[in-house]
Design a protein around this ligand. Structure first.
Ligand code: GDP
Length: 595
């Protein structure tokens, strides 16, 4: 039976289209089963699934699949937690074909990770690409022995673990770069931990072997002490002496990668299905809108495909490969730059192709709603200026961060989280690249967060939403100012700027006394309005004689919130009662100035 994915609710028309049968046939079937639905009416998943079954399709719930996808990957017995969408166990083994291995480069700073990646890339360009015009898109492929290898172009374990944290583990083989003159260093050890926890096979590049102080034997011994046992010591880890400067050992390294890939578990995929992949990098590109580099992991990605990436959806407008060529499709292990997304995707998010645009949009909405639901409690609005005031009870400062590029977002995140102290934890409930949008404001509203925009601006809808929901949205262009404001806020020293906004004027027509003293001003509002939240300045013959916050605002005997122009009211003020007939009460409210 053919499988078909259906959303939680679908119109009869769309259902018929997806099943490839006339609408009338679906209506008739539904009627026979007691469901009266017109072409444009929607039926739920269960009903749609029954109809699908009748026409020879097995229905899968997009909602259930999405939930599954959103669930954290379980470690189970396998070493490599796989995103459910990337799990190949449901694939027909006959359809699985070998795909190029995907390689990540890790190691201590300055040991030559970038140089090795550049050298490999340059070697392959010289051999292959006419003209050698290549584009950095976050990953690239090289050819060796007539076979392809895909390299992730961002070295280091930060990128490696950020992806894994999202359940997307793209790497098949890790290269650990250790400088022969420097040996195992702290980040070498960290990298070993990360590679181990990912459960991927490892190849060590003993780099800088051209240097005078190179001591590869010491490196082997240091690694062996950390249970990374070289083949020459009877272990399983291949070690390749390299030099990113002379190019020595680079081809060996490539051969070793292919060998390890063949021996350990040759990576496979089914190119003949809708694509699933992982976002390696993303940004907002002038003129092109949001673009993302996607590493296709299963299936084939094509122009025109309807995709969902995390909470973002879109239709693939163009695909560009690492050589800068426009391509029509990308199969397993091929990195491509995609355009056509409605928003900037997050690196590490999984991309999946849906049957229709509607389905893609529905899944993206479902995820947005789920995200909102996740953070819906407690609903509490907080601004930077009143954070300290409630510090006694709320010790978590919740933030949504937006920046113009991944790099500055990371810088912002790392600086902001450093501000944590024993009393205040900082929780980032959302972050992303691009303008502050309505979705960011909504997320902040439901999670009591403050939105920090760095080198970005809000769109009009976001502005309106922020106003409506009372969300504090702040814009900065210097990281220091962000951290400074947050610090001040945490310490209760933050001084927001307030402006006084004129509301209206009332004239005192009669002064009522209590115990023989003036107490209540019987007024008529002569301009604007007077609200209970206002503070009034009392003027007599143009001179200020007093002021005070409104204590009571009454129409006849009733307390009221506001009194409009032309109406009479009774006003008492906090701290001033010496009214005289003819006084003018000028009402103001203080509002925080938006920056
Ligand atoms: P990364 O921080 O690990 O990415 O290290 P880089 O690739 O930026 O290299 C750090 C420095 O070491 C640079 O000055 C490189 O030119 C130099 N370097 C990298 N590989 C080699 C090598 O194999 N031999 C020598 N002599 N220098 C190297």
């Amino acid at each position: 039976m053919k499988k078909i994915r259906l959303p939680a609710s679908v119109t009869v028309k769309e259902l018929a289209e997806r099943l490839g049968v006339p609408g009338a046939q679906v209506i008739t079937y539904l009627m026979q089963n007691g469901v009266m639905a017109a072409l444009n009416q929607s039926v739920d998943f269960d009903t749609a699934a029954l109809a699908a079954d009748n026409f020879g399709f097995e229905a899968e719930s997009e909602e259930a699949l999405a939930k599954e996808a959103a669930a954290p990957a379980t470690t189970g017995t396998t070493l490599r937690p796989r995103h459910p969408l990337l799990d190949l166990s449901g694939e027909d083994p006959a359809k699985l074909v070998p795909r190029p291995p995907v390689v990540a480069v890790l190691g201590h700073v300055d040991h030559g990770k970038t140089s090795i990646l550049d050298k490999i890339r340059a070697t392959s360009v010289a051999a292959g690409e006419a003209g050698g015009i290549t584009q950095r898109i976050g990953a690239y492929q090289v050819e060796r022995q007539g076979r392809l290898i895909t390299f992730i172009d961002t070295p280091g374990h930060e990128a490696f673990s950020a992806m894994r944290a999202r359940g997307a583990d793209v790497t098949d083989i890790a290269i650990l770069v250790v400088a022969a003159d420097d040996g195992v260093m702290p980040q070498t050890e960290e990298a070993i931990h990360h590679i181990r926890s990912a459960g991927v096979p490892l190849v060590v590049a003993i780099n800088k072997s051209d240097k005078d102080g190179a001591n590869p034997d010491r490196v082997l011994q240091q690694l062996a002490e950390r249970q990374v046992v070289p083949e020459s010591y009877g272990g399983e880890v291949p070690m390749v002496p390299t030099s990113a400067v002379t190019g020595q050992g680079i081809e060996d390294l490539l051969d070793t990668i292919l060998l390890v890939s063949d021996v350990v578990s040759p990576p496979r995929a089914n190119p003949d299905r809708l694509a699933v992949g992982t976002v390696i990098d993303s940004e907002l590109e002038r003129g092109r809108g949001p673009v993302a580099t996607v590493l296709v992991q299963n299936g084939t990605l094509r122009i025109g495909d309807n995709v969902v990436v995390g909470r973002v959806y879109g239709k693939i407008r163009a695909l560009t490969d690492d050589a800068g060529h426009r391509v029509k499709e990308a199969g397993p292990s091929k990195p491509v730059l995609i355009s056509g997304l409605t928003d900037v995707a997050t690196a590490g998010d999984v991309l999946q192709v849906m049957e229709t645009e509607k389905a893609a949009r529905a899944l993206s909405e479902l995820r947005t709603n789920e995200q909102r639901a996740k953070v819906a409690q407690p609903v509490r609005r907080i601004t930077l200026s009143d954070f300290a005031a409630v510090q006694g009870e709320t010790k978590t400062m919740t933030l949504v961060l937006k920046a113009e590029a991944n790099g500055s977002l990371e810088a912002l995140r790392s600086q902001v989280t450093k501000l944590e102290d024993p009393n205040v934890t900082i929780k980032i409930v959302g972050e992303g690249v691009g303008a502050v949008g309505e979705a960011d404001v909504n997320l902040a509203a439901v999670s009591g967060a403050i939105v920090i925009g760095f080198n970005v601006h809000p769109d009009d809808r976001a502005k309106a939403a922020a106003e409506e929901l009372g969300v504090d949205v702040r814009f900065y262009d210097v990281v220091y100012q962000v951290t400074d404001d947050i610090m001040k806020s945490i310490r209760g020293m933050y001084e927001p700027s307030f402006i006084e906004v004129y509301q209206g004027r009332a004239e005192v027509r009669k002064v009522f006394t209590v115990d023989g003293r003036p107490a209540i001003a019987g007024c008529q509002v002569v301009d604007g309005k007077i609200t209970r939240a206002a503070t009034c300045t009392v003027r007599r013959d143009g001179r200020e004689v007093g002021s005070g916050k409104i204590d009571a605002l009454k129409r006849f005997r009733d307390d009221v919130r506001e009194v409009a122009r032309g109406y009479e009211c009774g006003i008492t003020l906090d701290g001033f009662a010496d009214f005289a007939e003819g006084d003018v009460l000028e009402a103001h409210v203080t509002e925080q100035q938006n920056i």
